[in-house]
Design a binder for this molecule. Sequence first.
Ligand code: KG4
Ligand code: ZN
Length: 333
Amino acid sequence: MRVLGIETSCDETGIAIYDSDKGLIGHLLNSQIDLHVEYGGVVPELASRDHIRKITPLTAKLLSECDLSVKQLDAIAYTAGPGLMGALLVGATYGRSLAWSLGIPAIAVNHMEGHLLSPLLAQGEKPPLPFLALLVSGGHSQIILVKSIGDYELIGESLDDAAGEAFDKTAKIMGLGYPGGPALSAMALAGKSGRFYFPRPMTDKNSFDMSFSGLKTYARNIIETHSPLSEQDKADISKAFEEAVVDTLLMKSKKALEEFAIGHLVIAGGVSANSHLRQQFDALEEFKVYYPPLEYCTDNGAMIAQAGCHRLMNGDTAPLTIETRSRWPISSL
Ligand code: KG4
Ligand code: ZN
């Protein structure tokens, strides 16, 4: 079975083809960073307009690169949520129309399930089921028990900002640019550990829930106290902030792994690209950690095509209405 995947939930137009026997056949991505950079964040209206502009040429280019025609596709999978409504509607309308014109199924994919399964795009050893997953993106920070593909139990989540959102907002306060996560992380490389210390929120609580908005406020206070900031100040604050976020994620994940007596963890979503996070989690000798390949950590079409293919193989295709959801908890799947 060959599935075309379409991702348009935020500021990346991603198109991919996934084959149930051969795996990922090809993918293309158009990032809108240049379009949003001057606003310091994603402007939803601009995002939707750019998806409309890019989606058809990108699909045509991918089919041509893969030497395939639309007639050789068995299904179209599109991100149906969660995400920006206007942006989602572009992929949903395009995907469902294409599927209807070809007489093939259209599959509504949950974006977070796409991220969750993205480590399966890596070559080599796959995480055995059941496993625990730490999903850390710009919109979500969640710990999920994956009993089987499609059967997910939410164990804990951020009660306010997602980890990626805290990275983005703190970077913005320091004037590090957009997207903030990679910018702050690059800044932290030159930072000295120990000059500043941020709290590890909610790590004294017995639950797996998290909270990251306080770290941003804490950063704002330090920044105001030390302004104007030198480059070294920015690096040291970035380092302390990054260490606090990663430590918090590490403590919560470790607690969950111990409590559920599971020896392996999947980490996915944009923040899973963070090098300090990977170093710290890889140092856990008692647990094995699986990540997506770096190019599939942030939003992409490959993870949607793959998740769509899993759904197709399970006979799970969407109803024949155009359906998108700005909120769509993964535990409701
Ligand atoms: O998964 P993703 O592309 O989009 C959502 O589904 O939200 O994640 C984007 C988030 C942004 O907040 C971005 O700043 C963060 O992932 N991110 C990073 C890094 N790369 C991306 N955060 C920290 N370190 C990174 N290297
Ligand atoms: Zn995402």
